[in-house]
Design a protein around this ligand. Structure first.
Ligand code: SF4
Ligand code: SF4
Length: 401
């Protein structure tokens, strides 16, 4: 694709990066075929190729409109388009640059600003989020059913963390939402690792994905620095990996090196942390899993939903399914498994209608073979799927205990 970036953009590192990405696109449109929002809305501007054009236009004219903001907002950042693209276009990075540019040029209506600020100042702070959720749950009985189903409950952590000390140690990211609504997931992971002779050290903190997706870069960088300061002593004392049970956090942590690339003090530590980050499926694949095999497989059928962050972000499509099958579990065949469930971080809050339509489609496909439960690999997808089904929805790691 030919580009003629405005002088203002040509001179910046972001502009040069965007230019390179734009030039890789041959506007073939293959990506539209796997884009959930294009499938739902049928508007070129709600597909990856159209969004790429909108960003190109913005960088060429150095101006942005509310319309561009709307179509970029509707993107799920699911990255299915990247998996499909034959030219290797780094759409997600281009979108980040495009969203940053729009955010600084187009003022949002006051309702959107309040909604985004509320998310930004509550969800990534586990203490505050727990308090707000506890208050909200007090009025839960009088809420309409739709709101009641969408609202997660706080889950107490009543059971003990494994206390055996092992020579092999890993950090286990606690995260923000997961540490409040489902601490049982990391407890299950810690017990599993304990059985494999590995000690899991809780690593507190939000990975920074939420503020990053809301284009709040200063806040994201501050979160990363805080995490590095908290985790560094454990890294120095020999932790061999940073294991993540929420696949939604892994692509952000893997990008820490880039996100703090301009920080001379933290740059090398950020790269080290990024290089240690592994989704738990990737970490377990390298261990001796004989101990974990399901020795008494029952006839239960499990429908696995592979989060976009796992299959498109981390490029690990089929990895958890292969692991579960190897360990003796029976998996249902899920049609259109490449499509997003509509959770997509804050998308289920900020784009409710589209998110709901994607959820209904996803559940229809997951429930087709009448499984006994749905399993997935990310807390956001878990809560979103659970809001629309009576079937239990679990993290796959819980099945291994
Ligand atoms: S992003 Fe890739 S698939 Fe989409 S139009 Fe460009 S080259 Fe084609
Ligand atoms: S990230 Fe997902 S929603 Fe966004 S353009 Fe790509 S395929 Fe479409």
């Amino acid at each position: 694709m030919q580009t003629f970036l405005s002088d203002a953009w040509k001179e910046t590192a972001q502009g040069r990066e965007a230019d390179e990405i734009l030039r890789a696109c041959v506007h073939c449109g293959f990506c539209n075929a796997t884009c959930p929002t294009y499938q739902l809305l049928g508007d070129e501007r709600d597909g990856p190729r159209g969004r790429i054009y909108l960003i190109k236009e913005m960088l060429e004219t150095n101006s942005a409109s509310r319309e561009t903001q709307l179509h970029l907002d509707r993107c799920l950042t699911c990255r299915a388009c990247e998996t499909t693209c034959p030219s290797g276009v780094q759409y997600n990075r281009l979108l980040e640059i495009g969203r940053d540019a729009v955010e600084s040029r187009v003022e949002r209506p006051v309702t959107e600003r309040i909604q985004r600020a509320a998310l930004l100042h509550s969800v990534p702070e586990p203490g505050r989020f727990r308090m707000l959720l506890s208050l909200a749950n007090l009025v839960r009985p009088v809420l309409p059913a739709a709101l009641k189903n969408a609202m997660p409950a706080c889950e107490p952590m009543n059971e003990p963390w494994p206390s055996t000390s092992h020579q092999r140690k890993v950090l286990l990211l606690e995260g923000c939402v997961q540490s409040v609504t489902a601490p049982r997931i990391n407890l299950a992971a810690a017990r599993l690792l304990d059985r494999l002779g590995i000690q899991a050290l809780p690593a507190a903190g939000c990975c920074g994905a939420l503020s990053h997706h809301l284009s709040q870069e200063q806040r994201t960088e501050a979160t990363i620095r805080k995490n590095i300061d908290r985790w560094w002593p454990m890294i120095e004392s020999g932790a061999e990996a940073l294991v993540l049970t929420a696949s939604g956090c892994a692509p952000t942590v893997a990008d820490y090196g880039k996100l703090l690339g301009n920080d001379p003090v933290y740059r090398s530590k950020a790269r080290k942390v990024a290089s240690m980050a592994q989704d738990i499926s990737a970490f377990l694949e390298l261990q001796d899993l004989d101990l974990l095999a399901n020795r008494n497989p029952d006839a239960s059928l499990i429908a696995f939903h592979s989060p976009c962050t796992l299959q498109h972000g981390l490029k690990r499509a089929g990895s958890v399914e292969a692991l579960l099958t190897r360990l003796g579990f029976s998996l249902a065949t899920v049609q259109d498994a490449h499509l997003c469930c509509g959770s997509a971080g804050t998308y289920s809050v900020l784009q409710k209608k589209l998110s709901r339509r994607l959820l209904n489609q996803k559940l229809e496909n997951l429930e087709k073979e009448q499984p006994t439960l749905i399993a997935t690999a990310n807390i956001g997808c878990m809560m979103h799927l659970q809001s629309g089904t009576e079937l239990p929805v679990k993290h796959w790691i819980e099945l291994l205990n």
